[in-house]
Design a protein around this ligand. Sequence first.
Ligand SMILES: Nc1ncnc2c1ncn2[C@@H]1O[C@H](COP(=O)(O)OP(=O)(O)O)[C@@H](O)[C@H]1O
Ligand SMILES: [Mg+2]
Length: 321
Amino acid sequence: MSRDAADPDALPFEDETEPAAAPPRRRRSRKAAAASGESRARAVSVDPAKERLRPIPEPVTLHSHGPARVLALCNQKGGVGKTTSTINLGAALAEFGRRVLLVDFDPQGALSVGLGVYPHQLDLTVYNALMERRTAGEDVLLKTGVSGMDLLPSNIDLSAAEVQLVGEVAREQALARVLGPLLPRYDYVLIDCQPSLGLLTINALTAAHGVIVPLECEFFSLRGVALLLDTIEKVQERLNPELRVEGILATMYDARTLHAREVFSRVVDAFGDKVFQSVIARTVRFPETTVAGEPITTWAPQSPGANAYRDLAREVIARAV
Ligand SMILES: Nc1ncnc2c1ncn2[C@@H]1O[C@H](COP(=O)(O)OP(=O)(O)O)[C@@H](O)[C@H]1O
Ligand SMILES: [Mg+2]
């Protein structure tokens, strides 16, 4: 599609890119505006996600494993793709021969369900490992259908931990204590956080080396990010100086809509190279995988969604070195 043939919806958007304080002396033609290099204007005519693509190195084969890099998938907004990204990034890392532990750290137990585990039937969950001295993480571990990927499941019991931990000594370090003995045998631990910035999430951030922030390509998604970054900074200062933002992951991206392209451009303007170039498109295949109880990499191995998470895994591996 040529730039002249830009979608008519683009017109009000292009007008918006004119600085409000200094009105242009003469209205620019659409062609001139598109050629001007303004990133938001570019978003009108081209897919800004495609524009950023650079080759990602192929992961090297590992001959030994561990200690794990711990990544928390965190965003206090619900429904942005935290759980979906935890499962599918984990499965893609496992395909590259990495040993992966997924931690379901949301009392909803969606991560466990997404891997075919029925959490209400479990006697031991991550809750027991957190709260009971006699229960170790090891006792709670489950194998998943993906070779090389294990799960620490959770269920609604975990919601009690949020309250019970408040009275404990080192209440922010409870998850780090559970994970410590498990780290030597894994390459990656991915923690699926609950949609809040409460004590469970602080525990995840305290246990983590890096945070991956899944961000739905929709205007309101941007509003909570400042608060999340502020929380991450506080945890860095007070509890975990090692913590860093590993990357921002654009999810539910629909390149056909101007809105998604515009939001993506804004995210890149704000966070630059922190934004993963791998972008997860909106597709019905993801809800299907939840029903199937398996990752998209095995449910629809050749699908664009599976390949997007493989690219993300390549980027995650490349960023850690
Ligand atoms: N890329 C996507 N395209 C379409 N639907 C998606 C996508 N990613 C996730 N979903 C669906 O959106 C819903 C919320 O995703 P989920 O991963 O559970 O978000 P969160 O863990 O942040 O609450 C789920 O039903 C999931 O299947
Ligand atoms: Mg979730």
